[in-house]
Design a protein around this ligand. Sequence first.
Ligand SMILES: [Zn+2]
Length: 342
Amino acid sequence: MGAFLAGSFEAIGGKAQLHHANDYGDNLQIDFAGEKNSKPVLLLGHFDTVYPLGTLAKMPCHIEENRLHGPGTLDMKSGIALMLYAIEALKAWHKELPRPVTVFLVSDEEVGSSSSRKITEALARESAAVLVLEPAAGTRGAVKTARKGVGDYTLTVQGVAAHAGLDPGKGHSAILELARQILTISKMNDLQHGVSVNPGIIRGGTRTNVIAAEATAEIDVRIKQAKQAAGLDRKFRALKAVDKRCKLTVEGGINRLPMERNAGVAALYKKAQAIAKEIDWKLEEAAVGGGSDGNFTAGIGIPTLDGMGGVGEGAHAVHEHILISELPRRALLLAGMIEQAK
Ligand SMILES: [Zn+2]
């Protein structure tokens, strides 16, 4: 996919460069020269998806009325297509791009961006603004001006195994202890202030007749403000075993700090609104719970506008699709933002 996309962007005049990654696919950077020698705009996206190889057989790409269905259409191949068309149109209109544009497409966004994060941040630091081509929020096509921070924790309980029939008094059940801990963890939820904590996976024990020696929980956490990270982390680190013979180990932390709607984000949104208004389009904004690589770039203080990509429904689901009729004005908005974003 990286090689295919490199070819597509080179066909419209970009200079492609692969950043080798050891444990993931290579990350792809494409540079476009511009008329003015100003700072570039960074267009950010990813070409990995959550679908396993072979999904197309059960979920073929097809058009149904105004909808293009298929795995990854919304998240976020349509965003990449928008980049291609907006750049091509700007070049045709101005002969040369009005400013330099850097495209960065990562290979590991869906699994936390560990191989690409440093490059994303370095490219953002050299850029005047970052436009993230992740899907728009909702079918009204709102851009995303705030995203929650995301992290995960793993809690492992080490108990003491014993035969459930012969020696029930000698065991210290890791499962029972984990159950108690989960109740404590669930109290960390503070939905009113945008903090949510979800033990989404539990594992433990070996057989019904053995008091479990080990049990683990994997917990997804979301925060609304960067300053909530430390407090939440402290609560996880302070968990104490109720059964003193059980040992707790806490690993993990916040991976993506929230993208907060700061002055830089608000200014980009205002610009986008003005461009949309020229074609009588009332562009809305939204705050969402999911994180993206936009969290990284906003987190280091670079003005970032997210959700500039396709409009549709069902990201990561069997009914994933985009609305075809929305594509032209999204491309226009992106082209306008490349011209005017500062
Ligand atoms: Zn995505």
